[in-house]
Design a binder for this molecule. Sequence first.
Ligand SMILES: O=C1CCCN[C@@H]1CCCn1cnc2cc(F)c(Cl)cc2c1=O
Ligand SMILES: [Mg+2]
Length: 485
Amino acid sequence: KIQIRGKKDENFGEWYSEVVVTGEMIEYYDISGCYILRPWAMSIWEILQTFFDAEIKKMKIKNSYFPLFVSPAVLQKEKDHIEGFAPEVAWVTKSGESDLEVPIAIRPTSETVMYPYFSKWIRGHRDLPLRLNQWCNVVRWEFSNPTPFIRSREFLWQEGHTAFATKEEADAEVLEILELYRRIYEEFLAVPVSKGKKSELEKFAGGLYTTTVEAFIPNTGRGIQGATSHCLGQNFAKMFEINFENEKGEKAMVWQNSWAYTTRTIGVMIMTHGDDKGLVLPPKVATTQVIVIPVPYKDANTQGIYDACAATVKTLNESGIRAEADFRDNYSPGWKYSHWEMKGVPLRIEIGPKDLANNQVRAVRRDNGAKTDIPVANLAEQVKDVLDSIQQNLFETAKQKREACVQVVKTWDEFTEALSQKKLILAPWCDEEDVEKDVKTRTKGEMGAAKTLCSPFDQPELPEGTLCFASGKPAKKWTYWGRSY
Ligand SMILES: O=C1CCCN[C@@H]1CCCn1cnc2cc(F)c(Cl)cc2c1=O
Ligand SMILES: [Mg+2]
C-alpha cells in the first residue's frame, strides 16, 4: 500500500507539499518558485476556465492577447503603484550572446501593456464599453516562501480590463464579476468565501477600491485572497489619457475595472478538502469523478467482471459522468483503492463476483468512506445523486469548519488571544488607516503580522456606541482580521 507520510494536522506544510506531488498534480521544477502543472491539475484549471469564459462571454466581454513583454518606459509610467512592486519585476536583458539595448520587463500584470492601446482605441462614447479579458501567465519574482498553486513566480490567471462611460456601469460590473468568483469557489471548489471590500491600506494602490472573495485555511489560521475585482476609478484614464467624447460632445475620462483569479484557486481547494489519505476532489472539478475497479476472484468469472466494469463506465459516460476503469493487471485492488484515494477521486465503484451475481455495484465515497450497493438498473441516476451529495457535503463541512474558526472580538486582549488561537477574527474597527498600520506593528512576529482581510458586504448589526477594538474610537464597520498568505 502507498501512503503519504505527512499528517495534515501535524505538519501542514509538509503534508501539502506531499499531497500535491503524490496526487500527481504538481512536479517540482529546478527553478525555485516554479512548478509543473500536470494533467490532474490542468484539467481542473480547464473546468474552471470553461465556466468563467462562458460567463464573461454572456457579458459581451471579449478575449484578446497582449504581449508578454513590457517596455520599461511604459512600466514605470505608473510611478506610485509600481514602486512597491519593482523588486518583483523580471527583466530580459540579453538575446543570445548580445545584451539588449534596453532591458525588457516580463508582465507581472497587464495594465501598462494594455492601456496605451485603450487610449488609442477609445475615441467616442460609441467605443464604450470596451471590455477585454486575457487568459495568460504572469511573472512576479517574489521572495517569500514559494508554495505550489498558492505562491509561485509564474502563475496562470485571467485578467479582465474594462472601460465604461460612467462609474455606475463600472461599479455594477465589479460586483457581477465578484459573484462569478464566489461561484467558482462555492459552487465548483466547494470552498466557502466572504465577499467584501479591502481596506485603503490593503487595496490595489493604483485603483479606487478593491473587492475580494476571502477564503480561510483553518489548519494555518491564515486568510487567503481568493480572487479580486477592482474599480480603478479614473486613475489610469488620467495617466494613460483614456478619454472619450460623451453624448454632449464634452471630453470625459473613462471609468475602469480590472479583475483576476489565478491557479491559486486549486491550492485553496486542496488545502480545504485534502486529508491524510491525500487529495479530495469536489465532483464538479474532478477530472475523474468515478473510478471503476474490477475485483476478480481466483476462479470467478473474471471476464464477466471486466465486462461489467466496461459497461459501467460506458453507462456513466453516456450520462455525462467522468468515469474511468482501472484495468491494470499489475496492481492489486487494494493498491488501486489507495492510489485513487490519493488522487482524490470522489467515488470508487468496485465490482466483484458477488456484485456481478446480484447485478449491483459497490460504491465507496471518498469524502466520508460510506459504502453503498447500487443496483445496475438505474446506476447513472443514483451515481449522480451520490456525486451531488459529496459536493454538498464537502461544502457544508468546509463551511462549518470555517465558521468554527470565526471569533468575534471587542477588545485588544480578545484580539491577541484569538490571533494566538489561529482564529479568523471579526472585529469592530474605526476604519482609520493609522490604526490598521498600528495593529500590524503591534502584531509583528515570525508568524507574520495581522492585517485586515476584508470588510464583509454582509455586515452584522453594529450597536450604537460600539468602540474600535484597537483604538477605542467609535467603530464604523465590522472587519475580518487575521494573518494571511
Ligand atoms: O489584481 C489585479 C487584477 C488583474 C489586473 N491587475 C490588477 C492589479 C494588480 C496589482 N499588482 C500586483 N502585482 C504587481 C507586481 C508588479 F511587479 C508590478 Cl510592476 C505591478 C503589480 C500590480 O499592479
Ligand atoms: Mg504580490
